[in-house]
Design a protein around this ligand. Structure first.
Ligand SMILES: Nc1nc2c(ncn2[C@@H]2O[C@H](COP(=O)(O)OP(=O)(O)OP(=O)(O)O)[C@@H](O)[C@H]2O)c(=O)[nH]1
Ligand SMILES: [Mg+2]
Length: 382
């Protein structure tokens, strides 16, 4: 495999010669893969590109791409990755900082994971053995730790412990060669969370390799002040367009309309007019909501998996059956509520909404798993 280590630089003249020498020592340790280093420099005023050019005479594996102006880290990586795939025939792309914060001795450890079949190899600061610099003050450490936790939670990627690291190795075939760089939401550091989200959701086999993120010893930090805000902006758009989130949102809306129907019947017949007992009024309201929910979910929430023709009857019966389970849960909880409430309307309401919550979660699971079977390929894409 040809591994292209992409090093984006802006004013890294001090560390660049040292880093090239360090790579020259480390690359021969990788026996069964071909290592190439690609510097992507945004015409740094301190002449970083000239230093690379000078070393190119000595090292055949050293390549350089110069962008005419500063394009932000995401912009620089987009250009570098496209160049590495198109011009250098890369099989794997490594993202690597040019200021020694990603210590070069970890490169072979990440590369060997290719042999174990991994598509996405993450240099991780937040798994045992990994760390952030001890010299970082409280606020910088907190920004990193909390920022990562927030990103991890909002991306809904609990399996990845370091979602904001910049040290990664990605497979080209089937993954990076299918990524459309025009869709990059941010040209800044936040591009990283988008690539992570893309790779994991594309089904990449992922592994995290611990590494000690070193303190910056020379040059200046280029991290922009509003990086956290920029990362949140990227995550917002990623999730806004995420079909799974959209589906859950639609399910919520449909469930909400069902809830309004059911609650109206419950409140009017069971609480206000007292024509029915609260438990019976709940079940009657539920029946009406079932019909409405099935129709709306089939036409809208699970549109990609829509049931048509004669199968609608079968699926509707199944839906009814699973809804009966839900009604059973509600009935049981409300019965319990009736015995506890001893006539108190407020306590009954508490049990009523508690039961609804349990039922919502159960229903969403059953719909996905058994009714519309969303883990299978959508009928429209078959
Ligand atoms: N080509 C290019 N490289 C950039 C740009 N911004 C940052 N870099 C490089 O990206 C790498 C990471 O940037 P850093 O400023 O070190 O960011 P950081 O490591 O998160 O922050 P520090 O811990 O303060 O160093 C370094 O090699 C930078 O020179 C840019 O706009 N263009
Ligand atoms: Mg740095």
């Amino acid at each position: 495999m040809r591994v292209v280590v992409i090093i984006c630089t802006y004013n890294e003249a001090e560390s660049t010669p040292k880093l090239i020498e360090a790579l020259a020592e480390v690359f021969p340790q990788v026996k069964n893969h071909e290592m190439v280093a690609l510097y992507v420099d945004d015409t740094s005023p301190d002449g970083t590109a000239d230093i690379v050019r000078k070393h190119q005479k000595q090292y055949k594996w050293l390549r350089l791409l110069v962008n005419p102006k500063k394009s932000g880290l995401g912009g620089a990586y987009a250009a570098g990755m496209a160049y590495a795939m198109k011009e250098l025939g890369a099989d794997y792309l490594m993202e690597f900082d040019g200021d020694f914060q990603h210590p070069p001795q970890y490169i072979p450890q990440l590369v060997t994971k290719i042999d174990e079949g991994y598509d996405y190899i993450i240099g991780s600061r937040y798994v045992p053995g990994g760390s952030i610099p001890k010299s970082w003050g409280f606020s910088r450490s907190m920004l990193s730790v909390v920022g990562n936790l927030v990103a991890r939670a909002l991306l809904i990627l609990p399996q990845v412990h370091d979602c904001t690291t910049g040290f990664k190795l990605s497979r080209v075939k089937g993954f990076m060669d299918q990524f459309n760089f025009d869709t990059l939401i941010s040209k800044q550091f936040a591009y990283k969370v988008q690539l992570l989200f893309y790779m994991v959701n594309k089904g990449a086999k992922v592994v995290e390799v611990p590494f000690a993120f070193a303190p910056r010893t020379s040059g200046e930090s280029k991290i922009i002040k509003n990086e956290m805000k920029e990362t949140l902006r990227v995550i917002f758009w990623l999730q806004f367009r995420n079909p799974k989130i959209q589906r859950f949102f639609k399910f919520g809306v449909v469930g909400g309309t069902g809830l309004v129907l059911q609650t109206t019947i419950f409140e009017v017949l069971g609480v206000w007019l007292k024509i029915l007992s609260p438990s019976v009024a709940t079940v009657l309201g539920g029946e009406v909501a079932i019909i409405s929910n099935f129709t709306l979910n089939n036409l809208w929430t699970f549109k990609d998996y829509q049931v048509k023709g004669g199968r609608i009857i079968l699926k509707f019966l199944q839906f009814n059956f699973t809804s009966l389970i839900a009604l059973g849960i509600q009935f049981g909880v409300l019965k319990l509520g009736e015995s506890v409430a001893k006539g108190s309307g407020l306590v009954i309401q508490f049990f009523y909404f508690g039961a609804i919550f349990i039922v919502l979660i159960t229903n969403y699971y059953i719909y996905n798993k058994f009714i519309w079977k969303t883990s299978q390929k959508a009928p429209s894409s078959k």
